[in-house]
Design a protein around this ligand. Structure first.
Ligand code: BTN
Length: 248
């Protein structure tokens, strides 16, 4: 199906906000947008996504899915896989921290924010937002309160593809993976996700609203939910609820 329309903004509040607006109309989808800079870039769990001008990739892709709401939960994991694949082709080795944070050994390089709108009588409309650091000045990234990295730094300043080319590869990968996900679901992606799983064998602190739950990571289930062994009992967490820290 591809995209019917790709819009590029110099400045926008948030590409995800733009894409959510497109859900209202439905026709003309799938669409995608890119921005050089976001003024109100949004991350998961109400965090900001720092989005300085002309250095990184800020992209949103929006389409309807012929799937029930409950069958969409694994999509955000699939998008993480898309990013790891693209980075791998550039020569950047990365992995996934559940559900879809993309890390290299030096820090976080990309994040995914999937948002869904439901309308009675229509298929769910899904916005896939990706922020991928391409080349950010060290002092510009000083606002970010976790370890972070970018493509150029990982490749010692030499990337075979410029930012637009990487954005194009990423969009293609996401479009194709969404088509496959719509047809066959998460199942076919699970083995690949496991290969990139950075939590394997770790003890995790799961931040669920006001509480912190510590447990042994038991992998993901067939819906892509996180399974934790907490004092001998299995607990399942869904992407919307939690952020995790790996225990040192
Ligand atoms: C996260 O790791 O917290 C998710 C970050 C997602 C950021 C992207 S940048 C493009 C799109 N527009 C937004 O406002 N957020 C997403």
């Amino acid at each position: 199906m591809g995209v019917k329309d790709l819009v590029v903004f110099d400045v926008i509040d948030s590409t995800n906000d733009w894409a959510l607006e497109q859900c209202r109309y439905g026709d003309g989808l799938p669409r995608a947008c890119l921005a050089e800079k976001q003024l109100k870039g949004r991350g998961r769990n109400q965090r900001n996504w720092y989005s300085p001008s002309a250095q990184n990739i800020y992209m949103s892709f929006v389409r309807e899915f012929d799937r029930e709401a409950g069958q969409l939960s694994g999509l955000s994991l699939v998008i993480g896989i898309c990013i790891v694949r693209v980075l791998g082709r550039l020569g950047v080795k990365s992995g996934l921290k559940w559900p879809n944070d993309v890390y290299t050994d030096s820090g976080k390089i990309a994040g995914v924010l999937v948002e869904t709108r439901f309308k009675t009588g229509s298929n769910p409309c899904v916005v896939v937002g990706v922020g991928l650091n391409y080349s950010m000045e060290l002092d510009q990234g000083s606002e970010i309160d976790i370890d972070w990295t970018d493509i150029l730094r990982e490749l010692d300043g030499q990337c075979a593809y410029d930012r637009s080319e990487v954005a194009g590869q990423l969009l293609n990968e996401i479009v194709m993976a969404c088509e496959q996900f719509e047809t066959v679901g998460l199942n076919v992606f699970i083995e690949e996700w496991k290969k990139y799983d950075l939590c394997a064998g770790k003890v995790l602190n799961v931040h669920d609203r006001d509480s912190v739950i510590q447990g042994e990571y038991m992998g993901i289930n067939e819906q892509g939910a996180l399974m934790l062994n907490v004092a001998g009992k299995s607990q399942v967490f869904y992407a919307a609820d939690v952020s995790i820290r790996m225990k040192q």
